[in-house]
Design a protein around this ligand. Sequence first.
Ligand code: GUN
Ligand code: FE
Length: 426
Amino acid sequence: MPKIFRASIMHTPQSPFAGGLLASYEDGALVIKNDEIIDLDDYAKIATKYPNAKTHSFKNSFILPGLIDTHVHYPQIPVIGAMGLRLLDWLEQRTLPAEAKLADRKIAKKQAKIFLKQLARNGTTTALVFGAHFATAMEEFFIQADKSKLRITAGLVLGDRLLHPDLYTSPQKAYSESKALIEKWHNKNRLRYAVTPRFSVSCSDEILAVCGKLLAEYPDLYFTTHINEQIEEIKLVKEQFGAPDYLETYEKHNLINERSILAHNVHPSDSELSRIARANAAVAHCPSSNMFIGSGLFNMLKHLEHRVKFGLGSDVGGGTGFSIFKEGLNSYQVQMLQKNQLDLGSSHLLYLASLAGAEALGLDTTVGSFEIGKKADFIVLKPQAKSTLAINLKYSSSAEDSLASIFTLARADAIKDVFVSGESVL
Ligand code: GUN
Ligand code: FE
């Protein structure tokens, strides 16, 4: 028996960067059978078409696709808001000591549970999660991620130099621990595995070679890491490897392909952008983090010109929270601050927060919009009475306006329910 979800509904079936328009239904109905979307239209039409379906009506509410976070760190809730430090000092003084605490499996379990709940409460249904440096912490994370029912891709973080000493691995250990986690968790239910060297700064060629070996052995694995985040970091990588650019340190080990997601890319060369595009790899744009730790202004126009795919990442804890709405707003503001600014509207932000993320993560035939046959991942948004959002929406004169209000003002307190494959996960 199909189920009808009635509210004001919006999604972006095609990229607004390629001329796609916002699809909106002021009094809309999303029809779900089992875990899939089978129809979407105005409620009046749906009501006559499916007279026997059970209807869930949400008054003064919006239904949007589940939000997609393409870069977020599981161990880093404790470091959100660690002020006054740029990347390399922020890592050394605040972040790596916090990550070392996950050696204790009990702490890892507790943080995994809290972290996954925070994703759901913020409306994120799909995430590429940067893991922890300990295999036990990742085992616990995958157990909890499986229970959460969210769509999670994650992996053991690898590094063997310039880290907190407790976080070091060796090539042999990196290989055997990763392999055991891959065998157990990759493609289990909604989980997938991503090979995850922390960044070239903290990886020897031997560790990166292990990453390449794993990708060659399991060709459908994902790959994620950091790239081109801060000027000092880029300089260090070029010196360490004697490399012409940052990307080359990954390319050398065959790590860049259509399942690779590179976080930040704030300072890429044109050559790197061309090579990322040629490999059909994706970038995770993390605007709140890029501002908070002082990385710089992401050049969205250049990524579009080079046809590099990108989605949004909260990058908790360099980022300032889990809200992908806030990342959308921040991405808008970052474009407004640049000379060659793009003319972004709310439909672009919705696309970046949903379908673009799905494209970056290779999940766009499964989720990211409300096309018939996709899985029913969606959020129900209801502004709190008397909130600025509720008041502001009363003045809205179009769907685009309402959506702009949502990106500007809606946060976790406006998210009433969150569905993955048609089932509530809150
Ligand atoms: N580069 C290496 N590790 C990290 C991290 O934890 N956060 C960010 N933003 N960049 C990194
Ligand atoms: Fe990060």
